[in-house]
Write a protein that binds this ligand. Structure first.
Ligand code: HEM
Length: 154
């Protein structure tokens, strides 16, 4: 597809869809036994900021970098949180549930790429959140693409 290949951001429905996604997600997070203790003190802006981060990762505008400071800010928010594997797995599951709830595209190609990023990102977040971790302090915001299964657009 080359230059005509849509970004994951556009395919998902852009900023509006990702904001609906994170709002639905954090509504459930705050009702969840494993995750609520981690998130009970979060800023009301948190869902919107995570939507901005996801948008930037998926090929949308660089608003998280411009408005929040990019990777170092995101990293700092996870340091010392000691995220457990059950919490990580629940986070992934609830975000996938939220994707269904708000009607994000359900085609195999999109969901494979979306879930691939969630697996990758949450495993890094878990590692970086452990006491004594020494993560890379400065890095670019990752840019996630379709991987091996881009949409077939004849
Ligand atoms: C792909 C995986 C993940 C992404 C993209 C992500 C993204 C982010 C971002 C962008 C922030 C900072 C928001 C801001 O600028 O204020 C943040 C904060 C945070 N994240 Fe993550 N995160 C991920 C995984 C996780 C996981 C697995 C957990 C725990 C189970 C977690 C727990 C938190 C907490 C507790 C905060 C701080 C919330 C607050 O007090 O405002 N994150 N995350």
């Amino acid at each position: 597809m080359g230059e005509n290949e849509p970004t994951l951001y556009d395919w998902a429905g852009g900023e509006k869809a990702l904001t609906e996604l994170t709002e639905a997600f954090y509504r459930q997070v705050l009702r969840d036994d494993l995750l609520e203790p981690l998130f009970r003190g979060m800023s009301p802006e948190h869902p919107h900021r995570v939507a901005q981060w996801l948008g930037e990762v998926f090929g949308g505008p660089k608003t998280y970098t411009e408005e929040r400071g990019g990777y170092p800010t995101m990293l700092a928010m996870h340091l010392g949180k000691a995220i457990t594997e059950p919490q990580r797995r629940r986070w992934v599951n609830l975000l996938q549930d939220a994707a269904d709830e708000v009607g994000l595209p359900a085609d195999p190609e999109f969901r494979a790429a979306f879930t691939g990023y969630l697996e990758w990102g949450t495993r890094i977040a878990l590692a970086n959140s452990q006491p004594g971790a020494s993560p890379v302090k400065q890095a670019p915001v990752p840019h996630w693409g379709w991987g091996v299964a881009p949409p077939y657009l004849p």
